[in-house]
Design a binder for this molecule. Structure first.
Ligand code: PBG
Length: 323
């Protein structure tokens, strides 16, 4: 008689299944993005992201206290300035909206970890992540000093982690050097090491008012068809001194998360982006799926693939479900 394995022995009860469960979601894993707006007077819900709001500074205190009560320990900040210009100067102004938000959060909730997204697209009048030349091409080396200025303004305001999402070559190295030269050698850099040019960012660009006015981001963000290029990008961020590495988007890129896990011992962050959130919300609104179960399945898959941390718009509701 041929023998076979009786795998179902290990699934005989809920307790047994829990005993042999390999991965799980914890509050320590979650990072919650916040959109702070200089234009909103009251919280404005983002139509393509139900449950996510553009917040005026005046609403930030209540939000932070709520987040803290839910057990969320880290936030990622994006800013929507009143004034935009060709160099995105509000991104590095000492009284820019994100700098003010950072100061406010650190005084209200000193234990809350504040991660500052370092980019220009929300602040430039053309919507690109760096300076443009006459032909509309995003300049790399000329943009780096600006990104360093943004990072320094954020660090001076009290940011705990600098997260450059602009995808300029050499940005992690440039920011690391700028931080070190200004007494911020203990501030880590979270590299957006594998950031793919993606249609999953659509709702975010509504939320952050950051869509490019012309063209796209394909000259600086990665081609989603590429795997070996992802390894080269990862390796250069590691060599440049990244303390965390990121894969973004997450759901359609779990192979990249897994590959990253095999290539580095650094903490890996998976960004469960706006379009992934919007798809779940749209299906849930139709009652086509069981939302809490689906969200747990999606986010646990990111852990299983090798992510240590997950940036997710579901963090607040997940905190309630986990309770
Ligand atoms: C800015 C930035 C983007 C996201 C985070 N930082 C969008 C983009 O590249 O246009 C997307 C996040 C999301 O979709 O949730 N460069």
């Amino acid at each position: 008689m041929t023998t076979f394995q009786r795998h179902r022995r290990m699934r005989s009860s809920e307790t047994m299944r829990q005993l042999v469960q390999e991965h799980s979601l914890q509050m320590n894993d979650l990072i919650y993005p916040l959109f702070i707006s200089e234009l909103a007077e009251i919280p404005q819900e983002v139509p393509s992201m139900p449950g996510i709001f553009q917040l005026p500074l005046a609403a930030l205190e209540a939000e932070i206290l709520e987040i803290q009560n839910l057990g969320i320990k880290a936030v990622l900040l994006f800013g929507i300035p009143k004034v935009k210009d060709s160099s995105g100067s509000q991104a590095y102004a000492s009284d820019g909206i994100v700098q003010e938000a950072i100061q406010m959060i650190k005084s209200l909730a000193p234990q809350m970890l504040v991660i500052a997204d370092t980019c220009l697209c929300e602040y430039t009048n053309h919507g690109h992540c760096g300076l443009l030349n006459h032909a509309g091409y995003v300049l790399n080396d000329e943009s780096l000093p600006l990104h360093c200025q943004v990072a320094l303004a954020q660090a001076k305001a009290g940011a705990d982690i600098i997260a450059p999402s602009n995808c300029m070559d050499g940005c992690v190295a440039a920011i690391r050097q700028a931080l070190d030269r200004n007494g911020f050698e203990l501030i880590p850099v979270m590299g957006y090491s594998n950031k793919f040019a993606s249609s999953f960012y659509g709702p975010f660009r509504d939320a952050a008012d950051s869509a490019p006015k012309s063209g796209d981001r394909k000259s600086y963000q990665m081609n989603y068809a590429n795997n070996r290029e992802a390894i080269r990008e990862l390796m250069s961020d590691i060599e440049e001194g990244a303390d965390f590495v990121m894969v973004k988007p997450a759901m359609a890129f779990l192979d990249i998360v897994k590959q990253t896990r095999q290539l580095t011992h650094l903490p890996i962050v998976a960004y469960n982006v706006s379009g992934e959130y919007a798809m779940v919300k749209a299906a849930a609104a139709q009652k086509w799926i069981d939302e809490p179960q689906l969200v747990c399945e999606i986010l646990t898959s990111m852990k299983r693939a090798g992510a240590d941390l997950i940036i997710t718009y579901h963090a607040k509701e997940l905190a309630q479900w986990l309770k």
